[in-house]
Design a protein. Structure first.
Length: 559
């Protein structure tokens, strides 16, 4: 979006804009007002798996008789309410211990980014500060906002509010998004002007008509109809003669023909309801020597085990109170601390202001003290260029990662142990981070190590998509939102697969199908297997997806 704005108003002017996600806005607010919520500037952000690991540790340590889910619910209640009542049940005690540990670690969870920001925005002086700073507030993808995000907007109460969204593409209900925010907006802001954008500039008329016909089945929606008069090929329905394997073979043959006809691999996206459906197709494409990219977190070069440990090491340099990061990297790449030392050094009752590194600095073994010294050296590291001195915290994330890897001797360790694959992983990660730094710099955004570490926690699956590589893109429908492709092949169009047999809200599932259909610009192919193998020799014949008939495609001649 910022790149597009730059073309309209100029690069320098666009750099002055705040153009980012809700979570990024919350990070900015918390960095400005951290003292009011008990944080320090270089706080860490914990993902859900970090959060759950801490809760499990607490339940084991104190032997509380409760469930992880209940503790998570009580954590949210404690954050949003001032509760001074004496704690009686195990779940509330675990929740309080969790919040205490996060405060010790100078950390905050992803959910708390929003709730703590709302807590701040409900303070009159802070709300007035941002109301004066941002006279105009524009919210994109408004259909995906949740209740807390809506409360933040209302607490800010900007002088001019402009929201854009499409309730037909509201697919994040499982994350807490509330489609009623966009449906009820004219009721909350009764003097607002509503503008319907009904011309579709992406897809051909057959694709647009199918999408319109599908979404009409939803009762809870706005009244609008997309139009596009651009002629195009009819939507294709392919029912493989027998199995899922044959469905995959058809996909590969179609792509081969596309390439032989002069098309690019990156023109094609293969979409599926779940990641598991894409694995076999990816294997078949590899066998057919067709470049393909699975766009999901598993393909992320920063998710390799060693890279995650290096990132945790950098997190510890930035936030020396982050005990979770310390436990992850203390024995990386080689062992420095025994289990006995962990049990003693990492459970001291009287931590100093920078727990637990201060204790390790004085009471640890030589190897442990060397580790702390490396951290101290990085924190004190400075470079002098063109009369300007910059510290480690001012380095861009690429330089910071490279320096951190050098400081702990990663390259030497890998070479001595003949771990060329780990060196390759490290180079891939560095390339990825360098690309991120260049993007941030071009957009006028911060690209230092602290900004990078926080961005890592708030990025979405779309951030793994690389449009500059000529490869077939394999994505879940959920991960394809916001993207577009010349040709879309939507596999697994069987009842129980799409829509999923686990569907709770059929209207949201139908909106997910609407998103899938409208990713295609020119050609849309739907495929399904007539027979699916179960365990052993058992098979069953699934029904066609109900969405096929809802789009009035049931009479198509399948092939």
């Amino acid at each position: 979006m910022k790149e597009r704005i730059a073309h309209l108003i100029g690069e320098e002017q666009s750099k002055k804009l705040f153009c980012n996600t809700f979570h990024s806005f919350c990070i900015n607010v918390l960095r400005e007002w951290d003292h009011r919520v008990g944080l320090e500037l270089n706080f860490s952000i914990y993902e859900q798996e970090d959060q759950e690991a801490i809760i499990v540790s607490i339940l084991d340590e104190f032997r509380y008789d409760t469930k992880k889910r209940q503790v998570l619910d009580d954590i949210n209640k404690l954050i949003m309410t001032v509760n001074e009542i004496f704690v009686l049940n195990d779940s509330e005690q675990a929740a309080r211990e969790y919040l205490f540990r996060l405060k010790q670690n100078n950390a905050i969870s992803l959910d708390e980014l929003l709730t703590r920001t709302l807590e701040l925005m409900r303070q009159d002086d802070i709300a007035a500060y941002y109301r004066n700073q941002y006279k105009y507030v524009y919210v994109d993808e408004f259909q995906d906002t949740d209740n807390v995000q809506m409360d933040i907007i209302q607490s800010m109460n900007p002088e001019n509010l402009f929201v854009v969204g499409d309730d037909y593409q509201a697919i994040y209900g499982f994350r807490g998004a509330n489609v009623q925010n966009i449906l009820d907006f004219p009721k909350k802001y009764q003097n607002c002007e509503v503008i319907k954008l009904e011309r579709n500039y992406r897809s051909t008329a057959p694709i647009v008509e199918a999408a319109n016909t599908l979404i009409k089945q939803n009762k809870n929606r706005t009244d609008k109809k997309l139009v596009n008069n651009r002629d195009g090929e009819p939507i294709e329905l392919v029912e493989a003669p027998l199995t899922v394997e044959e469905e995959a073979h058809y996909v590969v043959a179609t792509i081969h023909y596309h390439v032989q006809s002069g098309g690019k691999l990156s023109d094609i996206a293969i979409l599926a309801r779940t990641n598991g459906q894409l694995e076999m197709i990816k294997d078949k494409l590899t066998e057919g020597k067709l470049a393909a990219m699975l766009v999901n977190k598993n393909a992320d070069p920063l998710k390799r085990t060693d890279i995650k440990k290096l990132i945790n090491f950098m997190s510890l340099v930035v936030n020396p109170k982050d005990e979770k990061a310390l436990r992850s990297c203390i024995n990386f790449p080689a062992n420095r601390m025994t289990d006995l030392e962990k049990a003693t050094l990492l459970s001291k009752p009287n931590w100093s202001s920078e727990r637990p590194l201060d204790v390790m600095r004085t009471d640890g073994s030589h190897r442990v003290q060397d580790f702390v010294r490396i951290i101290d050296d990085l924190r004190d590291l400075a470079q002098f260029n063109n009369g300007i001195t910059t510290s480690y915290f001012d380095f861009d994330a690429y330089v910071a990662m490279r320096e951190a890897a050098y400081a702990i001797g990663l390259k030497t360790f890998y070479k001595e142990n003949c771990l060329q694959n780990r060196i390759d992983d490290m180079l891939a990660a560095l390339r990825y981070v360098k690309h991120w730094c260049q993007q941030q710099e071009a957009a006028g955004e911060r690209n230092n190590i602290e900004a990078f570490l926080k961005w890592l926690r708030i990025r979405d699956v779309q951030d793994y998509y690389r449009k500059d590589e000529d490869a077939v893109q394999l994505l879940t429908v959920l991960g394809s939102k916001g993207l577009e492709f010349d040709t879309v092949i939507l596999v697994g169009m069987n009842q129980g697969t799409f829509p999923s047999k686990r569907t709770v809200d059929m209207e949201e599932e139908r909106r997910l199908m609407y998103v899938a259909v409208t990713r295609a610009k020119r050609r849309l192919i739907l495929t399904r297997a007539r027979e699916i193998r179960l365990f052993g020799k058992k098979t069953f014949q699934p029904l066609r997806s109900q969405f096929i008939s809802e789009m009035r495609l049931g009479d198509l001649v399948s092939h």
